[in-house]
Design a protein around this ligand. Structure first.
Ligand code: AMP
Length: 601
């Protein structure tokens, strides 16, 4: 499979493009590119304005009043002096009151219209992030900057379609009647998104279908039917795209049957999905034969470009926890550029990638200063963020190249000096705007999809499961874990070294129950992904032989860790450590069922 690299003559800078717009830039894009230039040139002034706007509406609300601000206090100095740095747990009582129906101005004088459910959790519960009416306009404005940047490198994307595997999750109502749903679900259900549906091969009804199999099947069959129109293939996060490729691997034979007959598999039963697919699916024996020929080869090298030959790039986030999927995507895309376009969270939209064609390992995001007010806590490289001395915070315009920071946001919806939990490194500047590499999510040890499991949760889960070993006179002496994505869907692997008083072996059935017990103890986002779309496979315990963790420590010490400071890592990623653990496995056990999950939990 030929490796396609972008035509370097097209690697324009925004600046250069704007200087000769007629030759290179679509007229509609010029205004957007100018806006990027303006925002990134006047970073500090824009931040000052944003803070003043935010305080103008929120200084009169209860929370900032409690901090000592009054309506009309809109200056940076007062804000810095009086408002403390907080985490979600500090704001939870305020958020809970809003969720329960208190309509007084608690965090913001603007009404909270809905909540986004973040994939981060607090004490095992999902986080509810407040949203105000004009938030969607802000994130749409930022989102609309992505295409003009891409068009500089990949012109004529509007001549074809995007095959994007997009999914919604269930929504719930809070006690006070506000909708709580993931930010992406809110976007895909918006009227604005529906208006753009022509740009995608997936009918909106297929994206909005909550049944994961039916949604994926319908999106895949429509993508196959329009395979020559597809100019880009993607998903919001890489995990979903890899899952789609795996889906094709498992279902191509039935998909080909449907395409040959022009009849949709009856397993896709949702009437609105069937109706939408009927408008696209036509009997096409030749196409069906092509799919059979390509997919039965057994070799999935370059499958994306073989099936969708006009694909110019793969559009999906491969930074942060998603970096684990880069090798699979590189293999399946035959070397196409893999583009991570944006960095966003439920709390706010952070920024976009202004060099979209760069290597995945080089991706940096330029934070757009009009999205929220941003502050940064400097960290020594590798330092774990702890308690915060607010006097150490620096502004967006004040960060230094090469340093790592924890990011804090003050949002229009009323989060103030709020720790998002992400650690970023400054890699350079675009004009005066710093560009950030995503380094890690604080504390997260395991992540397959949108799940983010931290060390405390993992520890709790192991403790709960190990109670099942007690009747056998056995306990867990040591444990560590890793996210295993060699198979799709990926799953959590937890390595256990057991200690037994009785000398008895624990039976396999008990250890399988331990797997399920751990899953029951994990956070609701994990359990939802296990239950609703199978995007995480059954948790696995690998029992290793006695002495393995001593060997692991010896290995760490031989690599330079001091014995005195050695702490067992709760997650291993280093290949030599994984190899050592896997070579000492005496038995493996999988969760025999899915854990409990209820919408809204
Ligand atoms: P959520 O709160 O569920 O919306 O998840 C937001 C979090 O996902 C962010 O705070 C990051 O930790 C992570 N995330 C979002 N976009 C990216 C990205 N482009 N690269 C790496 N991590 C990301």
């Amino acid at each position: 499979m030929a490796v396609r690299t972008p035509d370097v003559s097209r690697l324009l800078t925004i600046d250069a493009a704007l200087q000769s717009p007629a030759a290179t830039v679509k007229e509609a894009d010029v205004e957007k590119l100018r806006l990027i230039e303006e925002l990134t040139t006047n970073v500090d002034a824009v931040q000052e304005r944003v803070l003043s706007e935010i305080l103008g509406r929120n200084a009169g609300a209860e929370y900032l009043n409690t901090c000592g601000l009054d309506a009309g206090d809109t200056g940076r100095a007062t804000f810095r002096a009086k408002v403390p740095v907080v985490s979600y747990d500090d704001l939870k009582p305020y958020i809970q009151r809003i969720a329960d129906g208190d309509r007084s101005p608690i965090l913001s004088t603007h009404p909270i219209t809905e909540f986004f459910t973040s994939s981060g959790t607090s004490a095992g519960e999902r986080k509810l992030i407040p949203v105000v009416m004009d938030d969607s306009g802000r994130s749409h404005a930022l989102h609309s900057l992505i295409a003009p940047v891409l068009n500089l490198y990949m012109p004529e994307l509007d001549k074809g379609k995007g095959l994007y595997f997009l999914f919604v999750k269930s929504e719930t109502k809070t006690r006070g009647g506000l909708t709580a749903w993931p930010v992406l679900t809110s976007i895909f259900k918006s009227e604005r998104f529906k208006k753009q549906s022509n740009a995608y091969t997936s009918p909106t009804a297929a994206i909005l279908c909550e049944d994961a199999f039916q949604s994926m099947y319908a999106q895949m069959v429509c993508g196959l039917c329009q395979r020559h129109d597809v100019l880009r293939v993607g998903a919001t996060f890489a995990a979903a795209l890899v899952r789609a490729i795996r889906f094709l691997q498992l279902n191509w034979a039935q998909l080909a049957v449907d395409i040959e007959a022009g009849e949709l598999n009856p397993r896709v039963a949702d009437p609105s999905v069937r109706e939408a697919v009927a408008g696209i699916l036509r009997p096409d024996a030749e196409r069906a034969e092509f799919i059979r020929a390509e997919c039965s080869k057994g070799d999935w090298d370059g499958i994306i470009t073989r099936v969708w030959p006009n694909t110019k790039y793969v559009d999906t986030v491969v930074t942060g926890a998603m970096a684990q999927y880069i090798p699979t995507l590189q293999h399946c895309s035959g070397g196409l550029p893999i583009v991570s376009t944006a960095y966003a969270s439920s709390e706010c939209f952070f920024g976009i990638n202004l060099r979209p064609m760069c290597d995945p390992s080089e991706v940096s995001y330029t934070i757009m200063p009009n999205m929220a007010y941003f502050e940064f806590l400097p960290l020594s490289t590798g330092e774990v963020p702890g308690a915060v001395d607010a006097s150490r915070l620096v502004d967006l315009a004040g960060v230094e190249v090469g340093r790592e920071y924890e990011v804090l946001v003050t949002t229009y919806a009323g989060l103030s000096r709020y720790r998002v939990g992400d650690v970023l490194r400054v890699t350079g500047f675009h004009n005066a705007a710093p560009q950030f590499r995503f380094v890690r999510r604080q504390n997260v040890v395991l992540s397959i999809e949108t799940d983010k499991t931290d060390e405390a949760e993992l520890l709790r889960a192991v403790e709960r499961a190990s109670a099942l070993l007690r009747p056998h006179g056995t306990s867990v002496a040591e444990f560590t874990s890793r996210a295993c994505t060699e198979r799709i869907p990926g799953h959590y692997v937890v390595y256990w070294e057991l200690m037994t008083d009785s000398g008895d072996m624990v039976d396999g059935e008990t250890l399988a129950r331990c797997c399920l017990e751990m899953e029951e103890a994990l956070n609701p986002v994990y359990r939802r992904n296990r239950v609703t779309d199978g995007s995480i496979g059954p948790l696995e315990i690998r029992v290793v032989r006695p002495g393995t963790f001593q060997e692991l420590m010896d290995l760490a010490v031989s690599r330079g860790t001091s014995i005195g400071q050695y702490k067992m890592l709760r997650c291993v990623t280093l290949p030599s450590m994984v190899e050592l653990l896997d070579s000492r496995v005496v038995s493996t056990h999988f969760s025999p069922a899915v854990p409990h999950w209820t919408p809204g939990s």
